[in-house]
Every structure is written in structure tokens, then in C-alpha cells.
Design a protein around this ligand. Structure first.
Ligand code: HEC
Ligand code: HEC
Ligand code: HEC
Ligand code: HEC
Ligand code: HEC
Ligand code: HEC
Ligand code: HEC
Ligand code: HEC
Length: 424
């Protein structure tokens, strides 16, 4: 049967009829052993209804970098956004304007990415989430099946908070939990069909836009941002506390905040919504200061040569080499105890405090966030004292002191020997 299909495919390919490809792809893939699960999914989609067959997305032409020969057709295994853009140019250009577009390029330059021993490990780790910003062979960016999974490509599925949760979860960005345990999430979960409470996309994809960066201010990804005259969507700088993050101008802050408020005021008073967000802004500023205290302490130890081990005595950071590296490019491997403690403070506790607050989740803002930041800072202060005390002790039994001690010992021995002799 397969051979028959190949024969038909070759004939039809030679006659150059695209209808031929349509039937050949769907026909053969329907058979057992040729991914019929994909056909079942595709049949459920709007694409099937509109005759958007396999070849419309997977078709390739000679010269395409990702083209592979397949049963006498030229296809690609990985259709890219420029394939989708033939029919959905709007969604593709909106996607390009938002930060999902940076997912891959920001990941590959990260020290924590480079520090993972090999490509295979990276593929099942960072790349599983950051593929949302995948860069394809044709240069176009964005893995569209990140939210509406292939080959159903459903917008109903993508609207659910669960469509975001594979990635927006976990220790350093637990948005799904912040949200689900907030009043908004509770109402959504108890009454799915209701529009009473917002879902993720109500606030982040207003009107169906694929630019998820609309309305974001200092509560942006990773370590967030701070107010400064020099802002950039792409570049990180050190804030006044020494944390590596983005910067945003007051002007941009105001425009973006207005955008977010325009969504809240569909259901809340402006005053109520505005102060909710301002309270979260304040949590971010206060928690950043606490982390700044931690940075000052560790920099002090570094200057005094007291980190154990010192950066020059451990394998180099893949990006910054043998220098002290805190926050942005800090790694969790090959570090010292106090820096590892700091890592947990800035990477997990710090972000829970304000990311939790921006998602109206008091528990994350306080217990997982602010409280944990303070506990971690206590541990850092205590380790600082311990390291310094040990250094003091080592000084008192420094190399000079040792001969004196030995001399006293020898003297003592001689005296006791003389005494023993005398008794005899
Ligand atoms: C004669 C049967 C047959 C025809 C015709 C056929 N396919 Fe396939 N295709 C298969 C089988 C079987 C596999 C699974 C191969 C495997 O598991 O390695 C496959 C795999 C694929 C893959 C995955 C390739 C990879 O390397 O991962 C894609 C994409 C694909 N087909 C698309 C198409 C498209 C598009 C068409 C029409 C232009 C088409 N196929 C026509 C049988 C066919
Ligand atoms: C609307 C566009 C579109 C259509 C139509 C489409 N695909 Fe795909 N397909 C994709 C995308 C997007 C991917 C994932 C690309 C990536 O991984 O970057 C994919 C991946 C695949 C893969 C490889 C991944 C896997 O799960 O094995 C196979 C095989 C495949 N498609 C087969 C088919 C077949 C057969 C048809 C026709 C029934 C079809 N596709 C129709 C867009 C499409
Ligand atoms: C040849 C044109 C064509 C291509 C290529 C194409 N689509 Fe579509 N797509 C359509 C049509 C037609 C519809 C149905 C529109 C409608 O019902 O209003 C649709 C609908 C959709 C929907 C909405 C489904 C729903 O639940 O209403 C999504 C999501 C989608 N496409 C994603 C994609 C993605 C992602 C790609 C690229 C991997 C892609 N499409 C490639 C033509 C295309
Ligand atoms: C496949 C993983 C993945 C999925 C699914 C995903 N995201 Fe993201 N998202 C990311 C990554 C990675 C980033 C950070 C990108 C960067 O800046 O490098 C991000 C960033 C964001 C941002 C921050 C934008 C900014 O300007 O700071 C928002 C908001 C967002 N996503 C919302 C969503 C929503 C809503 C959904 C579900 C509808 C969703 N995401 C689904 C991976 C994902
Ligand atoms: C962050 C999750 C996410 C990603 C990534 C994503 N989409 Fe969507 N998409 C959605 C959501 C949610 C909707 C439904 C929006 C709404 O409420 O109308 C949607 C709707 C669509 C629709 C239907 C539009 C309509 O008005 O019927 C198309 C077409 C579409 N997306 C194409 C794409 C393409 C192409 C890409 C890749 C560039 C992509 N999507 C990536 C979440 C996503
Ligand atoms: C009621 C509106 C609302 C809902 C619902 C919502 N968010 Fe947010 N989100 C915000 C606000 C407000 C910010 C911070 C805006 C700023 O920077 O001023 C934010 C920020 C983000 C960020 C940037 C990092 C951070 O946490 O501050 C991501 C990523 C994000 N949201 C993802 C999601 C995901 C995923 C969901 C659903 C699970 C979701 N959001 C639900 C309002 C919302
Ligand atoms: C569970 C999915 C997931 C995994 C695994 C993951 N990330 Fe992320 N990453 C995200 C999301 C989602 C964001 C943005 C949300 C936020 O920060 O609140 C993000 C943000 C980032 C950022 C900030 C991007 C920017 O524009 O500033 C970098 C850099 C980053 N991740 C690198 C990595 C590296 C390196 C790894 C592996 C060592 C990794 N991530 C593993 C989901 C993931
Ligand atoms: C689609 C309508 C809707 C949108 C949009 C919305 N909310 Fe809500 N929100 C609600 C409902 C309903 C409740 C539950 C009120 C209660 O607890 O009785 C709620 C609860 C809250 C709560 C906690 C309960 C309380 O009274 O203190 C806060 C805080 C909040 N919203 C802030 C915001 C902010 C800020 C935004 C915009 C970023 C926003 N909401 C967007 C409907 C919405």
C-alpha cells in the first residue's frame, strides 16, 4: 500500500499539481504507522475545514535550508512563522514585537545555559521553554505551537491559563500559581465560562494581540526593571543595588501602566486598581534593597579574599571568567556557600515577592517572597560573620606564631627531661 502511495506521489509530484501533494500527504499519513495521530488532530482543526493541508505548512522548495526529501516531495520537519505568515501576517508581526520573541536569543548567551555540560541536556532543559523564541532556518522567530498545540492549533485551547503553565511555573517564575491561587484564578476555576474574572490573556493578550509585553513596566521578566533615563528593552544594566536587570524610562512606565489600568478598570475602580499596582511596585523596590545588602556583604568578602573558594580558585564562569559574578550571569554550579545562599535569595525569594504581588497573590508576596528574602539575608549575614571569625582565628595561629609555640614546646620538653634526670 505504501509503495502504491509513493508511486502516486511521484507521478503527481512530476505533474506539479499541489492538489496531489494535499491528497498524498493526508492519504498516506492516515495509514497505521504513519503518524495517524497527527491526522486525527489536524481533522479537528479549523485548518482541515479550510483545506489547509499538510503541504501548506510543510511544503518546501529547492534551496530551503531545512528542506528534506520525503517520499519524492520536498518538505520541512519544522514549519516556521514565515510559513504561518502567508495566511496570518498580523499574529506573526505582533509576536515579533513582544518579549516571547527574545526567548531563544537571551537564553543562548546566558552563563547558566553555557554551564550545562552538553547539547543533549540543554535540549531537555532550558530549550524546552525558551523554544517559544526559536530561531528557524529561514531566520523567522517564534514557535507558534507553544500555546496552540499542533495540529489542532486551537484558539480556545490557547486562551486557557494552562496553555501558559508549562513555562510560567516553578521556582523563579511561578505565574501559574500566583494566578490560580489569587481571587482572579479562583473565580476562573470555579466558573470557566464566566467573564467575571480575568485569565492570563485578558491582561497580557488584550484583544487577541500576540505582543505579550504590552502594559508591562518594572515587573518584567527575570529580575524585572528599574526606573532610569537610559532604557532598553533588550539590554541589562546594574541598578543602584547592584542587581543586573533592565531599565525603563518614566515616560514608558506611564504609558505601559495606563495600558494595564485600562484593562483593570473594566471591572474595578481606577483608584483601587492603581493602588494595587503601586503597592506591588513598592514591594519590588523594598525587596531589591534587601538583595542589595546581600551584594554589599559578598563584595566585601571578595575584596578581603575571604570567599571559600575565591572565584580565581574555581572553574571560570562561562561568560565572566574568574570574576565575582552576582545576579544576571551568576551560576549555581562551581560557587561558594554564601554565593549559593545568595542565589536562592535573588533568583527565587526576591522575584516571588513582587511577581506574586503583581498577580494579586498575598501568600507569594509575603511568605514565599518577602519573608524568605529576610531569612536568606539573615543566613548571609551569619555566614559573613563566621567566615570573618575563621579568618581572625587563622591569623592568630599564623605561620609566625607557630615557631614560638614549637620553641615553647621544645623548652618544656628539655625542662622536664632535666627534672627526670635529676630525680634519677
Ligand atoms: C507514502 C507515504 C507518505 C507520504 C506520501 C507522505 N508521508 Fe510523511 N511520513 C510518512 C511516514 C511513514 C513518516 C514517519 C517516518 C518516521 O517515523 O521516521 C512520515 C514522516 C513525516 C514527517 C516527519 C519527518 C521527520 O523527519 O521527522 C513530516 C513532517 C511529514 N511526514 C510530512 C509529510 C508531508 C507534508 C507530505 C506530503 C507532501 C508527506 N509527509 C507525505 C509517510 C508518508
Ligand atoms: C498549520 C500548519 C501545519 C499544518 C497544516 C501541518 N503541520 Fe505538521 N507541524 C507544524 C508545526 C508548526 C510543527 C512543529 C514545528 C517545530 O517543531 O518547530 C509541525 C510538526 C510536524 C511533525 C514533526 C513533529 C512530530 O510531532 O512528529 C510532523 C511529523 C508533522 N508536523 C506532520 C504533519 C502532517 C502529516 C500534516 C498533515 C495532516 C501536518 N503536519 C500539517 C505545522 C503544520
Ligand atoms: C494556507 C493558509 C494558512 C496557513 C499557512 C496557516 N493557517 Fe492558520 N488558519 C488558516 C485558516 C483559513 C484558518 C481559519 C480561519 C477562520 O476560521 O476564521 C486558520 C485558523 C488558525 C487558528 C485559529 C483556530 C481556531 O481555533 O479558530 C490558529 C491558531 C492558526 N490558524 C494558527 C496557524 C499557525 C500557527 C500556522 C503556522 C504554523 C498557520 N496557522 C498556518 C489558514 C492558514
Ligand atoms: C513555551 C514556553 C512559554 C509558554 C507556553 C508561554 N510563555 Fe510567556 N514567556 C516565556 C519565556 C521564555 C519568556 C521570556 C522571554 C524573554 O524575555 O527572553 C516569556 C515571557 C512572557 C511575558 C513577559 C513579557 C515582558 O515584556 O516582560 C509575559 C507577559 C508572558 N510570557 C505571558 C504568557 C502568557 C499569557 C502565556 C499563555 C497564553 C505564555 N506566556 C505562554 C515562555 C513561555
Ligand atoms: C503565548 C501564547 C501564544 C503563542 C506563542 C501564539 N499564540 Fe496565537 N493565539 C493565542 C491566543 C490566546 C489566541 C486567542 C486570542 C483571542 O482571544 O482571540 C490566539 C489566536 C490565534 C489566531 C486566531 C486569530 C483569530 O482572530 O481568530 C491565529 C491565526 C494565531 N493565534 C496564530 C498564531 C501564530 C502564527 C503564532 C506564532 C507566531 C501564534 N499564534 C503564537 C496564543 C498564542
Ligand atoms: C489581572 C491581570 C493579570 C493576570 C490575570 C495575569 N497577569 Fe501577569 N502581570 C500582570 C501585571 C500587572 C504584571 C506586572 C506589570 C508591570 O510590570 O507593571 C504582570 C507581569 C507578568 C509577567 C512578567 C514577570 C512578572 O511576573 O512580573 C509574566 C511573565 C506574566 N505576568 C505572566 C502571566 C501569566 C502566565 C498569567 C496567567 C497564569 C498572568 N500573568 C496573569 C497582570 C496580570
Ligand atoms: C519551565 C520553563 C523554563 C526553563 C526550564 C527555563 N526557563 Fe528561562 N525563563 C522562562 C520564563 C517563563 C521566563 C520569563 C518569565 C519570568 O522571568 O518571570 C524566563 C526568563 C529567562 C531569562 C530572562 C530573559 C530576558 O529577556 O531577560 C533568561 C536569560 C533565561 N530565562 C534563561 C534560562 C536558562 C539559561 C535556562 C536553563 C539553564 C532556563 N532559562 C530555563 C522559562 C524557563
Ligand atoms: C474581568 C474583570 C476583572 C479584571 C479585568 C480585573 N479584575 Fe481584579 N477582580 C475581579 C473580581 C470579580 C474580583 C473578586 C472580588 C472579590 O474578592 O470580591 C477581583 C479581585 C481582585 C483583587 C483581590 C480582591 C480584593 O478585593 O482585594 C485585586 C487586588 C484585584 N482584583 C486587582 C486587579 C487589578 C490590579 C487588575 C488589573 C491589572 C484587575 N484586578 C483586573 C475582576 C477583575
Amino acid at each position: 500500500m505504501i509503495k502504491g502511495f509513493i508511486g502516486i506521489a511521484i507521478i503527481l509530484f512530476l505533474t506539479g499539481l499541489s492538489a496531489a501533494a494535499e491528497n498524498a500527504c493526508v492519504g498516506c499519513h492516515t495509514s497505521v504507522g504513519a503518524t495517524y495521530g497527527i491526522i486525527n488532530d489536524w481533522k479537528e482543526s479549523k485548518h482541515a475545514l479550510n483545506n489547509v493541508t499538510c503541504d501548506k505548512c510543510h511544503g518546501a522548495v529547492n534551496g530551503d535550508k531545512d528542506a528534506i526529501g520525503h517520499n519524492s516531495f520536498l518538505i520541512t520537519q519544522t514549519p516556521s512563522p514565515s510559513d504561518c505568515a502567508k495566511c496570518h501576517p498580523g499574529q506573526v508581526s505582533q509576536f515579533t514585537a513582544g518579549k516571547h520573541n527574545l526567548g531563544w536569543t537571551k537564553m543562548i548567551v546566558a552563563a547558566r545555559y553555557k554551564a550545562i555540560p552538553d547539547d543533549k541536556m540543554r535540549a531537555s532543559m532550558c530549550e524546552g521553554c525558551h523554544s517559544i523564541g526559536k530561531v528557524y532556518a529561514d531566520g523567522s522567530v517564534g514557535k507558534c505551537d507553544s500555546c496552540h498545540t499542533r495540529h489542532v492549533f486551537s484558539k480556545v485551547e490557547a486562551r486557557q491559563p494552562e496553555a501558559c503553565e508549562t513555562c510560567h511555573m516553578g521556582l523563579d517564575h511561578e505565574q501559574i500559581e500566583y494566578y490560580k491561587k489569587s481571587k482572579h484564578g479562583m473565580i476562573q476555576e470555579t466558573n470557566r465560562t464566566s467573564a467575571r474574572a480575568p485569565a492570563c490573556i485578558t491582561c497580557h493578550m488584550d484583544g487577541g494581540t500576540h505582543d505579550v509585553s504590552q502594559g508591562i513596566t518594572i515587573g518584567t521578566v527575570s529580575q524585572g526593571a528599574f526606573l532610569s533615563d537610559n532604557s532598553s528593552q533588550d539590554n541589562y544594566v546594574k541598578d543602584r543595588n547592584g542587581i543586573v536587570m533592565r531599565a525603563i524610562t518614566q515616560e514608558k512606565f506611564d504609558t505601559n501602566r495606563e495600558k494595564m489600568l485600562s484593562i483593570c478598570i473594566r471591572c474595578h475602580s481606577r483608584n483601587f486598581a492603581k493602588s494595587t499596582l503601586e503597592n506591588a511596585d513598592d514591594i519590588k523596590v523594598q525587596a531589591d534593597k534587601k538583595v542589595g545588602e546581600g551584594i554589599t556583604i559578598i563584595e566585601g568578602l571578595y575584596k578581603d579574599g575571604l570567599l571559600d573558594p575565591m572565584p580565581e580558585n574555581r572553574p571560570p564562569n562561562p561568560v565572566t571568567g574568574n570574576n565575582l559574578t552576582l545576579t544576571g550571569q551568576q551560576t549555581y554550579s562551581n560557587t561558594s556557600g554564601i554565593e549559593a545562599e545568595f542565589f536562592e535569595m535573588y533568583k527565587y525569594a526576591l522575584v516571588h515577592s513582587w511577581k506574586g504581588a503583581y498577580h494579586m497573590n498575598p501568600d507569594y508576596a509575603h511568605w514565599y517572597g518577602w519573608a524568605q528574602v529576610n531569612l536568606d539575608l539573615n543566613k548571609i549575614k551569619s555566614q559573613n560573620r563566621t567566615l570573618r571569625r575563621i579568618a581572625e582565628l587563622e591569623k592568630t595561629k599564623s605561620p609566625k606564631a607557630v615557631p614560638g609555640f614549637e620553641a615553647a614546646l621544645v623548652f618544656g620538653l628539655i625542662v622536664s627531661l632535666i627534672l627526670v634526670q635529676k630525680r634519677k
